[in-house]
Design a protein around this ligand. Structure first.
Ligand SMILES: Nc1ncnc2c1ncn2[C@@H]1O[C@H](COP(=O)(O)OP(=O)(O)OP(=O)(O)O)[C@@H](O)[C@H]1O
Length: 441
């Protein structure tokens, strides 16, 4: 059975819902190409997931009877074979005499500067030498890694699909499938999809397939369930409150939270939920075994994941022996974030205060971060605890930074990142220039 996203994917540009401006730009670009007068070597379609970038590339190829050669931009092996195709094209000459090609490079923003080293230069080279039009897609095209690429192509933004065309799209599918869909249910899916057509169509298919009809109450229930799967508090609660093993297993296997992180969540909250020492012991025993199976799953076979779920879900849930008799009020506990997540957050914000503090001191003293950190910083911690008001004002410190200094922090932290010498000199120069310009005006 073909999934609906593929079954109902528009074949030509005229069938693509909305996106009129994008379609016009693509038509004029490809027609210039076919006439041999195109200025832009390639096009980069960018926009959120599920908005139709791949669909538009495919529809463009079909509309102009071109063969679509599709590859993922981070697959460097495919880029090499693409280079061969392009090279061969330059030798064989007339390309549009027979059936021409349209090259489609998906996920150019997925190219990693380190792992996929050479991919962007390869794309730039293909762009330069290609006799075929090249169309690319990205969700986020603004990374510094793509700077050269951005200036080499025409950028076309693909916006989220609006509510009216999305509704039209879903209704068309309901009619073709001869399924009874309540209007309010369609509206609910449109709302939940937030302009992502793939999400909306998949959602519609899941409801229709499971229940043979699409009602508002069903959609609401499924939206809630999806939200719960994303929420670690809900997963933890479902595990601890499960009366039967299968309920706990379903909660962990459906959860969208990363498995390791989920283990930390469960681990943190075991002693909060369970009061009997033996229950706590059994729960931790199950969880530690789950951790072993997770490592095995990663190292050898993902089949082991099922044991991880068994231990992390039912293993922890059934560790509490007297659970069945408890009311929900007795079970209700206030869960907490894993300590590690809290610490990471705290140390990150604390590092940010320290770094901005050192930048400011460097600016006022015309020194590098290294010099400030090694030689000057301890004196400032003393000065801050002695006199705060004038000191803070003259250095333009925020209250957060003053508190940080006067609590004598700093020695306990690692040295801040950044270039050691000259870093603050250049920022000082920049700041001084801004200041003098300001004072002139
Ligand atoms: N404007 C549209 N008209 C009709 N169907 C659409 C439209 N946009 C998207 N779709 C449907 O949504 C599905 C997903 O779209 P597509 O794969 O083109 O999105 P994308 O922008 O390439 O996503 P990603 O960035 O995740 O790769 C398509 O298979 C198609 O069925």
């Amino acid at each position: 059975m073909i999934p609906w996203v593929a079954k109902y994917r528009p074949k030509t540009l005229d069938e693509v819902e909305n996106q009129e401006d994008v379609k016009d730009q693509l038509r004029s670009w490809i027609e210039d190409w076919l006439k041999g007068s195109s200025e832009a070597k390639g096009v980069l379609l960018y926009g959120p997931p599920g908005t139709g970038k791949t669909t538009l590339a495919l529809a463009l190829a079909n509309s102009y009877n071109l063969e679509l050669v599709e590859t993922n931009a981070s697959d460097t092996r495919n880029l090499t074979s693409l280079r061969n195709i392009v090279e061969r094209a330059s030798i064989t000459g007339s390309l549009f005499g027979s059936r021409g090609k349209l090259i489609f490079l998906d996920e150019v923003d997925g190219v990693q500067p380190k792992q996929d080293y050479g991919a962007i230069p390869a794309i730039l080279e293909i762009l330069k030498s290609s006799k075929y039009p090249i169309i690319m897609a990205a969700n986020d095209p603004w990374s510094p890694n793509l700077r050269d690429l951005r200036s080499a192509v025409r950028m076309i933004e693909v916006k989220k699909l609006g509510k009216v065309p999305m509704r039209r799209l879903l209704k068309k599918i309901c009619n073709s499938e001869k399924i009874k869909c309540e209007d309010a249910a369609i509206d609910e899916i449109v709302e939940a999809s937030d302009g992502d057509a793939r999400y909306a169509i998949n959602f519609l298919e899941a409801v229709a397939e499971g229940y043979n009809m699409v009602s508002k109450s069903l959609v609401e229930e499924l939206v809630k369930r999806k939200e719960r799967e994303l929420d670690p508090f809900e997963t933890v609660r479902s595990v601890f409150w499960a009366r039967y093993g299968w309920q706990a297993k379903l909660a962990v296997s459906n959860s969208q939270v990363d498995y390791e992180l989920l283990m930390r969540w469960i681990s943190e909250n075991i002693p909060i939920q369970y009061e009997e020492l033996n229950d706590v012991w059994r729960a931790y025993d199950a969880l530690s075994r789950a951790s072993i199976f997770l490592t095995r799953a990663k190292l050898s076979s993902w089949d082991m994941l099922s044991y991880t779920f068994d231990l992390m879900g039912p293993g922890v849930a059934l560790a509490e022996v007297g659970k069945k008799s408890q009311t929900w009020k007795a079970k209700w506990k206030k869960y907490q974030f894993p300590t590690m997540v809290q610490q990471m957050y705290k140390s990150k914000s604390s590092r940010q205060v320290r770094d901005s503090l050192i930048q400011k001191l460097g600016f006022h003293l015309h020194s590098s971060t290294k010099k400030i950190f090694n030689d000057v910083y301890p004196f400032f911690t003393l000065m801050a605890s002695a006199d705060q008001s004038d000191f803070a004002k003259s250095l333009e410190l925020s209250q957060e930074e003053v508190n940080y200094l006067s609590s004598n922090k700093g020695e306990t932290h690692e040295r801040p990142s950044g270039r050691e010498d000259g870093e603050n000199k250049s920022s000082t120069t920049r700041n001084t220039r801004t200041r003098s310009r300001r004072s002139r005006s």
